[in-house]
Ligand binder design. Structure first.
Ligand SMILES: Cc1cc2nc3c(=O)[nH]c(=O)nc-3n(C[C@H](O)[C@H](O)[C@H](O)COP(=O)(O)OP(=O)(O)OC[C@H]3O[C@@H](n4cnc5c(N)ncnc54)[C@H](O)[C@@H]3O)c2cc1C
Length: 636
């Protein structure tokens, strides 16, 4: 087959989806090259822009490095450059710094806010259509609140501390909800009464959130009102100034922060390609997602306009972007295989989820499941996590968990701040060393002397391993209490119990400590019997287990592989419990082992050097050597 070049322009939701799947499809096909061009070296997770703007998540939490995303896809060439036009005669995609030949182009350059020419929005307003916009808004809000706190003139102070969002779609409502969440910590930081910072949502229509069912929208509205957000319906903004906005009814509203989210249009660059455009500058496509002017140019995501289902085009949302990318990539695959591009666009929208801050949201799943509050937010998180699994990115899945759940600040997570803490793990160092020493003390008795686990004397108390005369226990479970001394028990020397065993977490003289499990549960019995079927395996296992216990002990004391050592401790103690070899009085080892999985070895221990070294070495092997992406990969 002749060489085929597929060029994908825009690493947004549509572009990343298509590149991942095309790369997988053509992974054994050396004749197909896929070039992904974006002006950034990262994919922006647009649906979380408001979280960055309102300081809920770190600035880089929504930037997913393209090199990491595509590190295992050797057939993808990444280019960081701005596409300027497409030369359809030469069949080249032109960028600011180069040109890339193509057989098929997929154009997914997204959308940008549309202010419909409202005077003053560009000069004095803010929008939320890119990472840069989010950062600018965040800085501005911090700045006006700081200035507002210092301002003595009441009118100026009011304007500085009023935040106005125009438009009640996804972007507007999510942004105002998130900013409201930020209010109290902002007020605390700048020594303000939180009530002084006010929020208003302005909507031209008589109702808000019109993309949702009325019942869901009403719930969201009630929540906003409860949080003190002023919801102003039938309110058109016709002019924006430095310290106020002009309303359609002739009045003014004081604010130094107007966030315009009332419209979306195709990015201005869509006009540079010489392709037919429809309303809001979107490029017209047929049902195969091909531009109506050139079948080699596919247009996907927010920038495309398909009139097949509605004269307003498809909704500019992630599901629409991915559905259009899927149609286009299947058609490209067909064409590369010499078949017709005959796959039609199929809209599939499984619902909507809108968050109003970190703890409350409303969701409509498949049109029949309506959720609000905690469960709606949980659903939104699950969908986001699913996204990373679908894009095969375990790394970013993990990062998402961190910034949304475990490393949040100001109690701004779904669990109202629970499960998140950024404390000093140094305090776990004594516990880690103590736990390690306990393992070593336990093993000290097992490595030498008559009780040694290294001589060929059976230490495991399981009935099927005992000589015939002593193996009287039922098949349902070994009588583990015959192992008189727990983990260090001499199973063979079965002794009659002098006293009844008593549950206790202390070990008093004259009392028999209680086993966590007197008998192995049936399932554990079957597994253990299958794994240790005879005495030869048992001798090997008892020696191996002792060596591992010593290694765990040494590693914990030295702070080496702390997480792994803690996790192995938990696993071992759980196995001992289930095997009928562990006393309640030692149960503290499990929570303590969990506690030391917090990386205390990095605060004080060998992990300080070892973990970064391994991360670097593994990172290089898996993700490749980090390259300069800006300007280094230009076609000559
Ligand atoms: C704040 C906010 C919240 C949202 N919330 C939701 C939500 O909850 N649910 C939902 O479904 N949708 C939501 N959306 C809409 C959703 O983000 C978009 O529908 C989606 O991002 C569209 O994907 P896309 O691939 O078409 O474009 P984008 O994701 O915007 O990607 C376009 C890419 O093209 C690149 N690009 C643009 N021009 C050029 C050029 N000339 N050269 C090179 N590269 C270029 C850009 O850098 C960008 O990476 C939200 C949008 C915003 C702004």
């Amino acid at each position: 087959m002749a060489q085929k070049n597929i060029v994908i322009v825009g690493a947004g939701f549509a572009g990343v989806y298509a590149t991942k799947r095309l790369a997988k499809h053509f992974k054994h096909d050396k004749d197909v090259t896929i070039t992904l061009i974006d002006r950034h070296s990262y994919f922006t997770y647009m649906t979380e822009l408001h979280e960055v703007a309102a300081n809920r998540v770190p600035q880089d939490a929504i930037q997913y490095d393209l090199q990491r995303l595509f590190c295992r896809r050797k057939n993808v060439k990444l280019v960081t450059d701005t596409v300027t036009t497409i030369d359809r005669e030469k069949k080249e995609v032109k960028t600011k710094h180069g040109a890339y030949p193509y057989d098929y182009v997929m154009l997914g350059i997204g959308s940008e806010p549309n202010d419909f020419g409202t005077p003053g929005v560009k000069e004095h307003g803010f929008t939320l259509g890119s990472w840069e916009h989010a950062i600018a808004l965040k800085k501005h809000v911090e700045d006006v609140v700081r200035r507002g706190a210092e301002e003595h003139d009441p009118a100026k102070r009011k304007a500085l501390l009023s935040i106005v969002v125009v438009g009640s779609g996804f972007t507007g409502t999510e942004t105002i909800g998130e900013l409201r969440d930020w209010r109290d910590s902002l007020a605390k930081e700048y020594k303000l009464d939180p009530e002084e910072i006010t929020f208003a949502l302005m909507e031209m229509a008589p109702t808000i959130m019109n993309m949702l069912d009325r019942s869901d929208a009403d719930k969201a509205e009630r929540y906003m009102l409860k949080r003190g957000i002023r919801v102003m319906k039938n309110t058109g903004v016709v002019g924006v100034h430095e310290d106020h906005v002009d309303l359609k009814d002739g009045s003014t509203y004081p604010t130094a922060t107007l966030i315009w989210t009332a419209g979306v249009k195709a990015t201005d660059q869509a006009a540079n390609f010489g392709l037919t455009q429809a309303r809001a500058g979107r490029i017209v496509v047929n049902s195969h997602m091909q531009s109506q002017d050139d079948p080699a140019i596919y247009v996907v995501g927010d920038v495309s306009f398909f009139a097949g289902n509605s004269d307003r085009g498809e909704p500019q949302i992630v599901q629409g972007a991915e559905a259009s990318a899927k149609t286009a990539l299947l058609n490209i695959e067909n064409q590369v295989a010499g078949k017709a591009a005959d796959v039609d666009y199929k809209a599939s929208y499984s619902g909507f989820m809108v968050s109003l801050g970190s703890r409350y949201g409303v969701a409509n799943i498949m049109g029949w499941l309506h959720l609000s509050g905690f469960f709606a937010m949980l659903m939104k998180h699950l969908v986001n996590m699913l996204y990373f699994l679908q894009t095969y990115s375990g790394y970013y899945f993990f990062q998402y968990l961190m910034h949304e759940f475990f490393r949040t600040h100001d109690d701004r997570n779904l669990m109202r701040g629970h499960i998140s803490r950024q404390g000093n793990v140094l305090w776990a160092v004594p516990a880690r060393i103590f736990l390690g020493l306990m393992w070593l003390v336990d093993c000290a008795g097992k490595i030498s002397g008559k009780e040694s686990w290294f001589i060929d004397k059976l230490r495991l108390p399981f009935d099927w391993l005992q000589p015939a005369t002593t193996s009287g226990a039922s098949a349902a479970g070994a009588d583990a209490t015959s192992a008189a001394s727990g983990a260090g028990a001499d199973a063979v020397a079965t002794t009659a119990k002098a006293v009844k065993s008593v549950f206790s977490l202390s070990y008093q003289y004259g009392k028999e400590p209680m086993m966590v499990f007197e008998k192995m549960p049936n399932w554990m019995y079957s597994i253990t019997k299958a794994m240790i079927p005879n005495q030869d395996v048992a001798f090997f296992m008892q020696k191996t287990m002792t060596v591992i216990e010593i290694l765990i002990g040494l590693a914990l004391v030295a702070g080496l592989f702390t997480w792994l050592s803690g996790a192995t401790s938990v696993m071992f103690t759980a196995i001992f419990c289930l095997s009928g070899m562990f006393y309640w009085v030692n149960i503290w080892m499990i929570p303590m082992a969990i506690a030391v999985m917090n990386g205390s070895g990095r605060a004080f221990g060998l992990d300080k050097w070892v973990v970064p070294y391994l991360q670097k070495t593994f990172g290089k092997w898996w993700y490749g050597k980090p390259k300069a992406l800006y300007g280094s990969d230009v076609a000559k």
